[in-house]
Write a protein of this length. Structure first.
Length: 579
């Protein structure tokens, strides 16, 4: 059972009492009960007051060694006076006193007193030592540089304890450099990304890219600046617009732009600092995956990464973000020009393909199959003949990004879209002879997640010529629907549609939720996944290693997660059987 004052801050009275008890020659075991703390906490506190750490031989009693440090050159009353001044933030001025005979005093000058900030730092480092002792048990005091201890002191006890326990369980040891990285971002050292996976369009590369970009933004110290940047690039929140972000924070869109600019400058850090952090690791991984043999960033790989990990973001802004994180901020303008050229060439090829009649026919057949695969209620009511209008203003056309507006011949107005997948779906609607009307972001649906009421806007509502109506939710990949928050959204949308007799279609443009649910996954694979997970929570590196060892594709894992309603989150990636 933990003592009553375990983990609580030391007071000036407690420190004064501890000094007096050391003076009386009491042992740490006798003192701990009086202070209601552990014996190790007493030893560490005495070491902090002495201004040093335990470096004595293993056979030396650490508390007696600390006692000798306190009484080595100064009497205990002098230490008490210094302690009182440190709590009040007062330093002792240098003294040049002399003996009555005019000769310099032979007494050693009093050591410089520490300030209140430094005594607070000693407290935090002592707290880190206590947490470390809880994790590893009996043993020597945690060793590390002063800079590393200062960094660890910035994290709360819950983060320190959970990160340290994970490291000790997986590696069998706990060192300060690994501990810092794990506190910055769980499993960051195991995050890997290769150019081959990016070129092949592997789902693993997309998930790893999101994890790397999210972890790299930890270099931004301001939580608000970091949240604004993540929302701007579409990694957090439902909208990337400056006005919507500003409305949530109660600031103007211009102020949001300034915060984003400041965050981007912070991302463009140079060499690693005194302590190797998570963003230093992610920068190295991104540079290795995206650089060519000449040391420059490959524009094709950057475009693949941006479209896979940041499908809702402005392409030029996302490109500058990747350039900053990869240490190529000086070449961002050249990289953006190369990306624009690649996008323009791709659009020309796509326009040529769209002119093909055979392709249009295939698209129509594919869309008809999607309609049949939508989740329809038993009683599909006829739609209201009144046309819907978007509840959110479409984004203005922007040649620098995928998001923009499409001039619809069917509707006679501009239709807004946020990604290439949504634009492709709009073209399917325009080409189909079954569609009477459609509207983007037509309504707002409330749902509950993590104990909070939230809201989201379905991507489309479609009215067919036979009078049926259905909501459409579009994701970059079918596996994204298996995320726990997306499943909560779909459940709320399904209840909303059932109450009105509407259908619900979740798709990435070619397949639907029916395909995700009915995917043929071998029972042995599902059983192996369940047994491997057990009751623990795993990160992406461990999940990737298991899939590669067992030869299981991510599509099978996503299908099992969706059917069994397992708990899967990202930023950071966390997968477990239960919530």
């Amino acid at each position: 059972m933990r003592p009553a004052r375990h983990g609580q801050a030391w007071t000036e009275e407690e420190d004064e009492q501890l000094l007096q008890e050391i003076r009386r020659g009491e042992s740490a075991s006798e003192i701990k009960d009086r202070h209601q703390r552990t014996e190790r906490a007493i030893v560490l506190r005495a070491a902090a007051l002495a201004g040093t750490v335990h470096t004595a031989a293993p056979d030396v009693d650490p508390f007696e060694w600390v006692r000798s440090c306190l009484l080595r050159e100064n009497s205990l009353p002098d230490w008490s006076a210094r302690l009182r001044r440190s709590y009040r933030g007062v330093t002792q001025p240098a003294s040049h006193s002399s003996e009555p005979n005019g000769l310099p005093s032979s007494k050693q000058p009093e050591p410089e007193s520490v300030t209140s900030a430094s005594i607070q730092l000693l407290r935090e480092q002592c707290r880190v030592q206590e947490v470390w002792a809880e994790i590893v048990g009996a043993g020597p005091i945690l060793r590390g540089t002063a800079a590393e201890l200062r960094v660890l002191a910035q994290f709360d006890e819950v983060t320190l304890r959970s990160a340290g326990t994970r490291l000790l369980d997986s590696c069998g040891r706990l060192t300060t450099p690994d501990w810092i990285l794990e506190c910055d971002w769980p499993d960051v050292e195991r995050l890997r990304l290769s150019s081959r996976d990016l070129r092949e369009g592997a789902e693993e590369a997309r998930i790893a890219s999101v994890e790397l970009l999210s972890a790299a933004t930890r270099v931004i110290r301001s939580d608000r600046d970091r949240d604004v940047l993540l929302r701007r690039v579409g990694l957090r929140g439902s909208s990337t617009k400056l006005a919507d972000i500003g409305a949530d924070y109660g600031i103007t869109r211009e102020r949001v732009r300034q915060l984003v600019t400041r965050a981007m400058v912070r991302l463009a850090v140079g060499r690693p600092g005194e302590v190797f952090r998570a963003w230093d690791h992610t920068r190295g991984v991104l540079r290795t995956a995206l650089q060519t043999s000449t040391g420059a960033l490959d524009p094709e790989l950057v475009l693949v990464l941006v479209e896979a990990a940041l499908p809702r973001a402005d392409i030029m802004f996302a490109t500058r973000l990747v350039a900053n994180l990869s240490g190529h901020r000086h070449a961002a303008d050249i990289l953006c020009d190369q990306i624009l050229r690649l996008v323009h060439e791709r659009e020309q090829r796509q326009r040529a393909i769209r002119r093909s009649t055979s392709r249009q026919e295939r698209r129509k057949r594919g869309f008809h199959e999607l309609i049949d695969k939508a989740d329809w209620p038993e009683d599909s009511s006829k739609a209201d003949p009144a046309r819907c209008l978007p509840v959110r203003v479409p984004r203005e056309p922007d040649h620098r990004s995928i998001a923009g507006r499409w001039k619809s011949p069917l509707l006679g107005r501009f239709v807004g879209y946020d990604s290439q997948v949504e634009l492709d779906f709009i073209r399917l609607l325009e080409e189909s002879d079954l569609v009477e009307d459609y509207c983007e972001q037509p309504l707002e649906i409330e749902y509950e997640f993590d104990g909070r009421r939230r809201r989201y806007f379905p991507d489309f509502i479609v009215t067919l010529r036979d009078g049926r109506r259905f909501l459409v939710e579009i994701k970059a990949t079918l596996g994204d629907f298996a995320m726990y928050q997306n499943m909560a959204k779909l459940e709320a949308a399904r209840q909303y549609c059932d109450a009105r007799g509407w259908g619900l279609l979740g798709t990435e443009g070619r397949h639907s939720l029916v395909d995700l649910r009915s995917r043929a996954v071998a029972p042995a694979v599902e059983s192996a996944l369940r047994d491997w997970l057990g009751s623990r929570v795993v990160g992406w590196p461990l999940c990737r290693e298991f899939m590669r060892e067992q030869g299981i594709p991510w599509a099978d894992v996503a299908s099992v997660i969706y059917r069994e309603r397992w708990h899967w989150r990202i930023q950071p990636f966390r997968l477990s059987v239960q919530v």
